[in-house]
Design a protein around this ligand. Structure first.
Ligand code: NAP
Length: 303
C-alpha cells in the first residue's frame, strides 16, 4: 500500500488514468492537476489547480510520458488550462519529493536540478521500454496495414536497429510471415539477429540492402535513412520511422522521390492506452513503494 504518500499527478492522456486508478487503489493521496474535464472520479483524489496544491506536503510529482515541453508546458487532454512547471514550483515541494516522468528534455533536467529534486525517467528503464515495445510493435503493424496494398506476409521488411523496440518489431513481423532482415552495427547484435532466424546485415551496407525492401522500419534515433539510401529504394516502398522526434529519415527527400515516409511517435498511447498506462502504473507503484520504504520521502511527523 502507498498509505501516507501524497502525490500530485500533473497532466497527461488516457494512460495517466491507469496510473491514477492504480495509485488510488493503493491508498495514495492524489491531487490531480489538469483533469477538470475528466468525468470519472477516483476515490481519494482531488481535482485541483496547481496553485491550489499545498506543495510542501507533496512527496512525488507524476508527469505525463512526454514530461514537459522545452518551455515547461505540461500537456493534458483533460483541461484547456495551460500548466507550466518551473524550478520555483518544484522547490516548494517536500525536500525529498521525487519527480517521475516518461522522458526528459533539457528544460526538465534544468528545472529539477535547480530545484534540487530527483528526476526519474521511466522510459530509461529496460523493463518499461521492453513492455512498451509490445504495443509499439502492434501499432507498427496497424500502420503498415493502413498504408500498403499488399500483405505483410511474404513482403520484404527491413528493420533498422536491434534495441528494445527493434527486436520486438523484427520478431513480430517475422511471426506474421514477412521476410525480415535487420540491420545493426554491433557484431553481437548481428549474431542475435541470426540466432532469431532472421537475416542480419551490417548498417554499412544499408544502401544495397534497402534496394528490395517493401517496408522499412527504423528504430534508430539518428539520421540513418539518408537521401543516398532512399534513392536506392523501390518507389512503392513504405518507411515507418519509430525513432523519437525528429526520427532518422530524410523526410523531405523521401517526399521528393514519392516514397511514403511516416514518423510514428507515441504508438502505445494510440493503439493501447490502457495497456500502456498499466505498464507505467505497475512500475510507478514499485518505485513509489521503495520510496515509501526508504522513508526518505516522508516528513518525520508523517512516518
Ligand atoms: P534502444 O534500445 O536504445 O535501441 C536503439 C537502437 O539504435 C540500438 O540498436 C542502437 O544500436 C541503435 N543506434 C543508436 N544510435 C545509432 C547510430 N548512430 N548508428 C547506428 N545504430 C544506432 O532504444 P529503443 O527502446 O529500442 O527505442 C528506439 C527508438 O524508438 C527511440 O528513439 C525511442 O524513443 C523510440 N520509441 C518510439 C515508440 C513509438 O511509438 N514510435 C515507442 C517506443 C520507443 P547500438 O547498441 O549499436 O548503439
Amino acid at each position: 500500500m502507498l498509505t501516507g504518500l501524497n502525490i500530485a499527478v500533473i497532466g497527461g492522456d488516457a494512460r495517466q488514468l491507469e496510473v491514477i486508478r492504480k495509485l488510488a487503489e493503493l491508498d495514495a493521496k492524489l491531487w490531480l492537476v489538469g483533469f477538470e474535464q475528466l468525468d470519472h472520479g477516483f476515490t481519494g483524489t482531488n481535482k485541483t489547480k496547481l496553485e491550489e496544491v499545498d506543495l510542501s506536503i507533496i512527496h512525488a510529482i507524476i508527469l505525463p510520458v512526454s514530461g514537459t515541453s522545452l518551455n515547461g508546458q505540461v500537456d493534458t487532454i483533460f483541461s484547456n488550462e495551460e500548466i507550466k512547471l518551473t524550478a520555483e514550483i518544484l522547490a516548494r515541494t517536500s525536500d525529498d519529493c521525487v519527480i517521475y516522468s516518461g522522458i526528459s528534455n533539457a528544460y526538465l533536467n534544468k528545472v529539477t536540478k535547480e530545484a534540487n529534486r530527483k528526476l526519474i525517467q521511466l522510459f530509461d528503464r529496460d523493463d518499461v521500454a521492453i513492455y512498451n515495445s509490445i504495443p509499439t510493435a502492434e501499432g507498427t503493424i496497424m500502420m503498415v496495414i493502413q498504408h500498403t496494398d499488399f500483405t505483410i506476409h511474404g513482403s520484404n521488411v527491413t528493420v533498422l536497429g536491434l534495441g528494445r523496440v527493434g527486436m520486438s518489431v523484427a520478431r513480430t513481423f517475422a511471426g506474421l510471415g514477412a521476410k525480415v532482415k535487420t540491420g545493426a552495427r554491433k557484431s553481437a547484435h548481428l549474431a542475435r539477429i541470426s540466432e532469431m532466424g532472421l537475416t542480419a546485415f551490417h548498417l554499412e551496407n544499408l544502401k544495397e540492402e534497402a534496394a528490395d525492401t517493401d517496408v522499412m522500419i527504423n528504430t534508430i534515433p539518428y539520421q540513418i535513412l539518408t537521401a543516398d539510401v532512399i534513392s536506392n529504394m523501390l518507389p512503392h516502398s513504405l518507411i515507418i520511422d519509430l525513432a523519437s522526434k525528429p526520427g532518422g529519415t530524410d523526410f523531405a527527400y523521401a517526399e521528393k522521390r514519392g516514397i511514403k515516409a511516416l514518423l510514428a511517435p507515441g504508438l502505445p498511447g494510440i493503439v493501447a492506452p490502457k495497456t500502456a498506462g498499466q505498464i507505467i502504473a505497475n512500475v510507478l507503484s514499485q518505485l513509489l513503494h521503495s520510496q515509501l520504504e526508504k522513508g526518505g520521502s516522508l516528513n518525520e511527523n508523517e512516518k
